[in-house]
Design a protein around this ligand. Structure first.
Ligand SMILES: *[C@@H]1O[C@H](CO)[C@@H](O)[C@H](O)[C@H]1NC(C)=O
Ligand SMILES: *[C@@H]1O[C@H](CO)[C@@H](O)[C@H](O)[C@H]1NC(C)=O
Ligand SMILES: *[C@@H]1O[C@H](CO)[C@@H](O)[C@H](O)[C@H]1NC(C)=O
Ligand SMILES: *[C@@H]1O[C@H](CO)[C@@H](O)[C@H](O)[C@H]1NC(C)=O
Ligand SMILES: *[C@@H]1O[C@H](CO)[C@@H](O)[C@H](O)[C@H]1NC(C)=O
Ligand SMILES: [Cu+2]
Length: 677
């Protein structure tokens, strides 16, 4: 049944509509439907993957709590009796429980908290923080965020660390209660930060972050699931659950449930010229929704001409948005191109932008046009680099156009693989499998160089070596130095399966003097599985947010979290942050193709800098991210100039993060908007 999940949901979609309404109500009221017997009482479960490793015995534990009410003493939080519980007093800013483990443990990897069952909910924990210490004095925060307030199990999984003391704290004036708290231990992974990078902290979300985008104005990650916080449906359930992580506040906002009439699962996502998040199609077919990050709310746009799900979209050189494919919704086949103008909120069919040119040979027809690798390019053209073996140019004038652009060298259909423009006109493609699922993944990589649009001869494909590991359902981001970070995935793709997982991320390091155009390097091994429905996004400070996976209702592959990965370029040997250069000023802040931009820094920086377009992503697709390497010319006194590429569409319109580097260490970014006119 696992393998057939999508089909199963299709068939049962309509019949289950009433069940879904009921389930949804119970979720909102904080009552999850599934229960399991723990320590003699029925506990509400929240189906998710437990922390890696084993639960450690409570022998020898002692605990200190900030306060305790009546006979609900501190140690009732781990007395192996879930009808008794620790209850703090109310008032104060923060309530916490600190467990002294006795002996030092080598690799604490997570905790699970059982809330009081059957109470009135007044002592549920929402915002929380987990910290570890080896000496009881110096604490490291390993996880934080917001749990959805209900009586189901709460979990925090993190990169394993040595600890003798574990603290869970909740910044709330309400009292909190814990019926049971268990602690997990996994194998130790030796840190090597300046060489391999480092994982952590974990950020807990009140939903499975399956789709997300970075807001250019605040740097926040806006993440959403579907109608439910842990499940999607092909029925028209029409709601969206959204939660936002703020890097400034270091917190996750409570999730909001919006009556968008749009279940934004399996949709296309693009950030337009003004960085509005435009979400198209998905489980509710033809809908268009637009997220305004200022007012933090969704608005409806005009509907597409065709129903689509698992489509892809890309912003064009003139600021319009091209979409193609998407047979997962509204019947298989015929999902030719359409174009949307955010200025007029109008859609137009491009009947001659033929989707059949990009079909894979999947055994299922509704899978053949999914998750296109689209790159908006010059003169209103879009380059489609895969996942089909065939590549194409799609034009957007009049009724559109299609022109073949050859095949990737030595590659085959690579559904659910990744494609990233890591420099101006240079695309790295890697991984994927011939069918959407139930096939071995590939480690193949290709480098595709594109030039003049609508010409086959302008497209050069070169085998790009191979990854260390075969992957499908992985995710990736391009970094300020032009390298490409790849995380997660399976070597045999099974949606919602968690076997054959790749736990070691890797990095493509471009080098045009090498035959393969670069090399692949393995990075620090992770312990949180990131497979189907997981994602990665580049943040303004040059770190990576990677999260999600699952969204399968009561299956255990749900991951209600994200994690920060800090690449080696930011770290010293001891794990502390390296000194980084600083951008003092950028002018102008908005510029067209060909314009010159002046940057003021706090000292001398490397000649090579980069602008990276903000990303939006779901299901391995991120057509928004794009790095353009720019060369800085000295203009005296820590002032430099660089040019936006001369042809409109090379840097397609939108917001970019400008990074300067010093000896390879990137600055925090500053925004530059590339405009279409
Ligand atoms: C758990 O605690 C309850 C309430 O104090 C008590 O009635 C029950 O016997 C305890 N169960 C066990 C297994 O000790
Ligand atoms: C972060 O803080 C700002 C202002 O203090 C607030 O407006 C915003 O909602 C917060 N964001 C999150 C995600 O909590
Ligand atoms: C978001 O909404 C605010 C308030 O209605 C409006 O002023 C702003 O222009 C909107 N932003 C975008 C990008 O549409
Ligand atoms: C996947 O690869 C393994 C090992 O090469 C092979 O035995 C198996 O048949 C392959 N599975 C499929 C579905 O191709
Ligand atoms: C999952 O949910 C379905 C439908 O609500 C139910 O039939 C099934 O028993 C549940 N499975 C588990 C493992 O709880
Ligand atoms: Cu999916």
């Amino acid at each position: 049944m696992k393998l057939e999940w999508h089909t199963w949901v299709f068939l049962l979609g309509a019949a289950r509509a009433r069940d879904i309404a009921q389930l949804e109500r119970s979720y909102i009221e904080g009552k999850t439907p599934d229960r399991t017997n723990i320590h003699g009482i029925n506990v509400a479960t929240l189906s998710q993957t437990p922390p890696e490793g084993q639960e450690i015995p409570t022998d020898g534990w002692t605990a200190v709590c900030t306060s305790a009410s009546g006979d609900h003493e501190c140690n009732k939080a781990f007395d192996a009796n879930d009808s008794t519980y620790w209850l703090s007093e109310s008032g104060g800013d923060v309530q916490s429980i600190t467990i002294h483990l006795g002996d030092e443990q080598k690799a604490i990897s997570g905790i699970i908290v059982v809330p009081v069952q059957g109470g009135d909910g007044s002592n549920w924990i929402e915002q929380h923080e987990v910290s570890l210490s080896t000496d009881g004095e110096k604490w490291e925060r390993v996880a934080y965020g917001t749990w959805w307030p209900d009586e189901s199990l709460k979990l925090a999984a993190f990169q394993p660390r040595k600890a003798k003391h574990v603290r869970l704290s909740a910044p709330t004036p309400k009292g909190i209660a814990i019926a049971d708290l268990s602690i997990y231990e996994d194998r130790y992974i030796t840190p090597d930060p300046s060489n391999l990078g480092a994982w952590g902290p974990t950020i807990n979300f009140p939903l499975v972050p399956v789709s997300a985008a970075v807001d250019a104005h605040s740097g926040e990650v806006v993440a959403w699931s579907a109608w439910g916080y842990d499940q999607f449906t092909a029925g028209k359930a029409g709601k969206t659950q959204t939660a936002t992580w703020s890097p400034t506040n270091q917190s996750v906002a409570r999730r909001t449930i919006t009556d968008t009439h749009h279940d934004m699962f399996c949709s296309g996502i693009s950030l337009d010229e003004n960085s509005k998040i435009i979400v198209t199609g998905g489980a509710d077919g033809g809908m268009t929704s637009i997220y305004n990050t200022t007012v933090r709310d969704w608005f409806s746009g005009e509907e597409m001409e065709l129903d689509r799900g698992y489509l892809a979209s890309a912003i064009l050189s003139d600021g319009r948005m091209f979409v193609i494919g998407g047979s997962w919704s509204g019947g298989a086949g015929g999902k030719n191109g359409e174009v949307y103008d955010p200025k007029t909120n109008e859609w137009e069919m491009l009947d001659e932008a033929k989707v059949s040119a990009m079909y894979t040979k999947d055994r299922r027809t509704y899978r053949r046009d999914n998750h296109g690798w689209l790159f908006g390019w010059t003169d209103g053209y879009t380059f489609q680099a895969g996942p089909s073996e065939a590549m194409n140019w799609y034009g957007s004038s009049d009724t559109g156009s299609t022109k073949g652009a050859g095949k990737r060298t030595g590659d085959q259909d690579a559904m659910c693989g990744n494609a990233v423009m890591y420099d101006n006109g240079k695309i790295l493609t890697f991984g994927g499998s011939p069918w959407y699922e139930d096939q071995n993944a590939t480690a193949n990589a290709n480098i595709i160089t594109i030039g003049k649009p609508d010409e086959q001869a302008s497209v050069i494909s070169q085998a790009g070596g191979g990854m260390h590991s075969a992957r499908t359902f992985h995710s990736s981001v391009v970094l300020p130095d032009g390298s490409v970070f790849v995380n997660g995935g399976q070597s045999f793709g099974v949606p919602f399966g968690q076997d054959d997982v790749q736990m070691t991320p890797e990095l493509f390091i471009p080098d045009s003097s090498k035959d393969n155009g670069g090399s692949w390097k393995e990075l620090q091994t992770n312990t949180i599985i990131r497979v189907y429905h997981s994602l990665s996004l580049l943040l303004q400070d040059g770190t990576v947010f990677t999260g999600g996976g699952g969204l399968c209702g009561n299956c255990t592959s749900n991951h209600f979290d994200g994690q920060i990965f800090t690449p080696p370029y930011l770290l010293n040997d001891d794990g502390s942050l390296r000194d980084r250069p600083k951008i003092e000023d950028v002018s102008p802040k908005s510029a067209k193709a060909g314009a010159s931009v002046t940057v003021t820094t706090d000292g001398p920086v490397d000649t090579q800098a980069s602008i990276i377009r903000y990303g939006s992503t779901t299901h391995t697709v991120n057509t928004d991210q794009r790095r353009i390497g720019v060369e800085l010319k000295s203009a005296g006194d820590n002032k430099y100039t660089f040019d936006i590429p001369s042809e409109a569409g090379q840097a397609q319109p939108g917001y970019y993060m400008l990074f300067v580097l010093k000896d390879g260490v990137p600055s925090h970014s500053v925004n530059v908007q590339v405009t279409s006119a």
